[in-house]
Design a protein around this ligand. Structure first.
Ligand SMILES: *Cc1c(COP(=O)(O)O)cnc(C)c1O
Length: 386
């Protein structure tokens, strides 16, 4: 017999407010031109939110295009019954050509060599050419447009090419030279798209979250926006303004396992990095770095308890963290601690934690580990992830 624990009272767990996620999608869409469509980027388990649940919600919103990073993510979505276009943005071994064909997946073509290998597999796979317009990651080199055209045409019968895309690498920057660079990327992409116009490729796209907000009307191929980070309520860059009402739907929760008083002269945790210099009360919170609570937040970060900040004291352990609750009344076993989310007046999201860590909100979200179970708030009910 299988025993499943499905109460929302774990050691460390995530709650996703599905109504807020839906709202983010609608608000973002309302900022696009009327004829624009969204390709939802749900790679990396929908930036840690749970790809199946996010895809199902978006399908209800009318979204018919999804992008993932690899074949496993794509297969997981098809197995969960997700229909429509699924684009694999990164490399997949051509050993999967048959699987991709069978599941009607679209593979990004990273290079001519890759196109050649995939075509030789003989399944006439659905694919889109990545065009490298300056990021120097994957794709055909847009600085050589004739070559791009030659390669695309060369495979136009041995592969089922349904589009071209490029990726912007500084669309979130306000600096003048970055704006120039982005406009250059868009020009190069539009140029190549126009050279193969006669192929009537239906999916031509170049805008990410930031691109859709700031460059929508500065390129020709703007009818599909690949929406990632802003769907999840975060900013592409900390300096960006995102539309009013878009918020992180994610709460990361944990609990207090015990509370204790410590006295002057004692030390806290591994390495004795925190020396107690005045009588303190500390609480043990049941989340650690194995849950994705970054160890660089040792003696630096905080959790929210009773609507107040409880600073991390000592080193974050694998499964537990010590926090200072000297200034917070009545903290006791079983109290909920908020690592990300709103508690009382304080709102602290993955972008805020990223600032503390010198990274980006994307990474904070992706680092919340698999053992932190995701729950979904749907119509005031909490639902488990599977
Ligand atoms: C991740 C990714 C996106 C989404 O980017 P955001 O900044 O999250 O909107 C779009 N396109 C490609 C190719 C990506 O890899």
């Amino acid at each position: 017999m299988e025993i499943r624990i499905n109460q929302v009272e774990k050691r460390s767990w995530v709650e996703v407010d599905v109504a807020q996620l839906r709202k983010n999608y609608r608000i973002y869409k309302s900022h696009l031109n009327d004829d624009s469509q969204i390709m939802a980027v749900i790679k990396a388990d929908a930036y840690g939110h749970g790809d199946v649940m996010v895809a199902k919600m978006l399908a209800e919103e009318g979204c018919r295009m999804f992008a993932v990073s690899n074949i496993d993510e794509a297969v997981g979505l098809r197995n969960a019954g997700i229909e429509g276009e699924i684009l694999i943005l990164g490399y997949s071994s051509v050993k999967y050509a048959k699987t991709m064909k069978f599941l009607d997946l679209t593979q990004a073509i990273v290079s001519e060599e890759y196109a050649d290998t995939l075509a030789a597999a003989g399944f006439r796979n659905k694919c889109q050419f990545a065009i490298d317009t300056g990021m120097n990651r994957i794709g055909l080199d847009a600085d050589n447009p004739d070559e791009c055209e030659r390669i695309i045409r060369k495979y136009s019968s041995s592969l089922d090419i349904n589009g071209l895309f490029t990726h912007l690498c500084v669309a979130d920057s306000n600096a003048n030279d970055d704006k120039e660079f982005t406009l250059g990327q868009l020009r190069k992409f539009d140029g190549i798209a126009s050279m193969v116009k006669d192929l009537n490729l239906p999916f031509l796209h170049c805008l990410n979250s930031a691109g859709g907000l700031y460059y929508q009307n500065q390129c020709e191929n703007n009818s599909i926006v690949r929406l990632g980070i802003v769907l999840y309520g975060l900013k592409p860059d900390a300096t960006n303004a995102i539309p009013e009402g878009i918020k992180s739907p994610l709460k990361w929760m944990s609990v207090v396992s015990m509370v204790k008083d410590v006295s002057v002269g004692e030390s806290l945790g591994y390495g004795r990095t925190f020396k107690v210099e005045k009588p303190m009360r500390i609480a043990i919170v049941t989340t650690g770095y194995a849950d994705g609570f970054d160890r660089h937040l040792s003696n630096k970060g905080f959790v929210l308890l009773h609507g107040q900040k409880a600073p991390v004291v000592g080193r974050i352990c694998m499964d537990q963290t010590l926090v200072d609750v000297s200034h917070i009344n009545d903290v006791k076993m079983g109290d909920r601690a908020t690592l990300l989310g709103v508690d009382g007046e304080i709102e602290y999201n993955a972008d805020d934690m990223a600032q503390e860590l010198g990274t980006i909100g994307y990474e904070v979200l992706c680092n919340i580990s698999k053992r932190v179970q995701r729950f979904y708030k749907i119509n005031d009910l909490m639902v488990m992830s599977d």
